[in-house]
Design a protein around this ligand. Structure first.
Ligand code: 5GP
Ligand code: ZN
Length: 112
């Protein structure tokens, strides 16, 4: 059985599309933590950046390029945050790599 985000990518679970291309799909987070909260996921299933090989490095870079494109399209000129949670201590709950794009409010540091 494919994972939650693979099912969102194949359309069997509905989502609000924000951006897509041959390598990635971006959609609105179901539980937004900021006025803009978009998840950018690779079409290829890779569980986390800890599971990624060197052959995935361009793909992981592409996810961040897409995040910046979406931020431009959303007018986030004051800045934004991109986050990849990894593993249990990293707060990862879905085991399919995803970049969170958070914007539309000031972010604090350190994160929780
Ligand atoms: P993680 O905690 O793994 O870094 O992020 C997973 C994210 O996926 C969370 O922010 C959560 O709100 C989001 N999420 C979980 N299930 C769904 C879903 O069915 N649809 C959408 N759009 N987002 C989801
Ligand atoms: Zn998957």
């Amino acid at each position: 059985m494919s994972c939650l985000f693979c099912r969102i990518i194949d359309g069997s679970i509905p989502s609000k599309a924000i951006y897509q291309d041959d390598q990635c799909y971006a959609f609105a987070d179901i539980n937004p933590q900021a006025p803009v909260h978009v998840l950018i996921v690779p079409r290829q299933h890779v569980a986390s950046i800890a599971h990624a090989g060197k052959e995935h490095s361009a793909l992981i870079g592409h996810l961040h390029w897409a995040a910046a494109e979406i931020a431009r399209s959303k007018g986030l000129t004051q800045g934004y945050r991109t986050v990849i949670n990894t593993g249990e201590n990293g707060g990862q709950t879905v085991e399919h790599i995803h970049v969170h794009l958070l914007g539309g409010r000031p972010m604090i540091w350190p994160p929780g």
